[in-house]
Design a binder for this molecule. Structure first.
Ligand SMILES: [Zn+2]
Length: 452
């Protein structure tokens, strides 16, 4: 038996409750490193630099793991075994269901990184060789992240079936190493995945043991009865949305995490997060726009709360070519008679504040008021004393905003609703300034489309 050893391993204490309250014959063997991963450190990625062909010869796709095969799929499965469920749980021939932690803990697969990364970039990769019989190790930045290295002087096999006597099981050892990343030390229970040893041709570590489950539950808490849970997804490829069915979503301000299509930089936050989403039907449904850069993989819902329980289980999603429209903002100034004094650095994105500026120095009357008018339709004229009207006052009003001017650069922040029903909605917004001495002065406008 060769040893698997964590790179950083601290003396660990038993979960206090378990040690004190459980009768001796039921005592758990798990230990803790004294840390936990914050909800924003649940992402995990791979840099697939494994040298042996056996590491990447599983070319059979599985609907529970869209978009990935080979070492990517094996690492993905290994990570999510610690979660509380992934899709229908299928996909591994050596166990009945993936995602057995039943704790307030959910790993979030985020695909492929472009390098091995630093010690807190949450990337799994191979290292050419290790000494002392070490097969793999986890460097832990504790709550700020981790890095896992597989020692490539042995042969790693990506499964998904049995690995032979000359090979080590990539998926099972990933389960063990990710256990260190989430804060577990080695277990004294021999059958536990977190026991310190393994051997070739051992797929038994893919499925976590009751001792491992007690460990992850000790650190993150037993899964709350009202933890957000995804149970279905349905894509509307015409408008580029996904309808997420489930339970215990927040009424307002849910986030949906998507996986990026592209390989991401090692220090990037790879998550694509669509925020500001309301739920309907009593917290059982969210209709979320699918951002154009989202790829096949899985999604999570993060509800409008803090704490380990705030992230849902993962659910497979393959958006295919479905993508919501991108937000746009185009400079518009009609016949060009108005001074250019209105603008935004970014277009109006669903679920986010839209930040606008008005340059009040174009108004020689000094400090007065600045404002923005938004209508469904644009216009070119009439030209009135204030300047050229660029919005169609007979069309639907989207509201106006006015504030006391600084006399310099005035900034506005208009909240854009997150609901998918606003996707693709177009309109025109025009800035203006006003003072009692001189009256109104119209600025240029922007033609906008709400999107992502
Ligand atoms: Zn270990």
């Amino acid at each position: 038996m060769q040893k698997i050893r964590p790179f950083l391993f601290t003396a660990a204490a038993l979960c206090t409750a378990a040690a004190l309250l459980v009768p001796a014959e039921e005592a758990f063997g798990f230990s803790k490193l004294g840390s936990n991963l914050t909800v924003d450190e649940r992402d995990f990625r791979i840099f697939d630099n494994f040298a042996d062909g056996a590491s990447n010869n599983n070319t059979t796709a599985h609907s529970n793991f869209p978009g990935f095969t080979g070492a990517e799929m094996a690492i993905w499965k290994g990570g999510i075994e610690w979660g509380s469920g992934h899709g229908n749980g299928s996909g591994d021939p050596t166990q009945t269901s993936l995602g057995s932690g039943n704790a307030n803990f959910e790993p979030a697969w985020m695909g492929v990184a472009n390098g091995v990364g630093g010690g807190a970039d949450n990337v799994v990769s191979a290292i050419t060789s290790c000494s002392g019989g070490t097969l793999a190790f986890t460097e832990s930045g504790f709550s700020s992240g981790w890095r896992i290295r597989f020692c490539d002087n042995v042969t790693w096999a990506d499964g998904p079936g049995n690995v032979n006597v000359l090979q080590f099981d990539l998926q099972g050892v990933m389960v063990h190493e990710y256990g260190h990343a989430l804060g577990l030390g080695h277990s004294g229970t021999g059958a536990a995945t977190m026991s310190p040893s393994t051997g070739p041709s051992n797929e038994g570590d893919r499925s976590i043991h009751s001792d491992d489950i007690a460990g992850v539950q000790c650190i993150y808490g037993v899964r709350n009865f009202d933890k957000p849970t995804i149970t279905s997804v349905s894509i509307d490829s015409v408008v580029g949305t996904v309808t997420i069915g489930g339970s215990f979503f927040s009424a307002i301000d849910n986030d949906v995490w998507y996986i990026p299509q592209a390989v991401t930089g090692v220090s990037d936050d790879a998550r694509i997060i669509v925020s500001g989403l309301n739920s309907s039907n009593g917290g059982t449904q969210i209709i979320a726009p699918i951002p154009e850069p989202a790829g096949p993989g899985a999604i999570h819902v993060r509800i409008n709360e803090t704490g380990h329980h705030s992230l849902s289980n993962s659910w497979p999603l393959d958006p295919g070519s479905a993508a919501a429209v991108s937000a746009t903002a185009t400079f518009y100034n009609g016949s060009g008679v108005n001074p250019v004094c209105f603008g935004s650095t970014l277009p109006p994105v669903l679920g986010n504040p839209w930040n606008l500026t008005i340059n009040a120095t174009v108004h020689p009357g000094g400090a007065g008021f600045s404002g923005v008018l938004c209508y469904a339709g644009s216009a070119s004229g009439p030209v009135i004393a204030a300047g050229e009207l660029l919005v169609d006052l007979t069309s639907t009003s989207f509201g106006s905003t006015i504030l006391v001017s600084t006399g310099f650069i005035d900034t506005f922040s208009i909240p854009i609703p997150g609901e998918a029903v606003f996707l693709g909605r177009t309109g025109t917004c025009q800035g203006f300034t006003y003072s009692a001495a001189i009256g109104a002065l119209l600025c240029n406008a922007e033609n906008v489309m709400l999107g992502l």
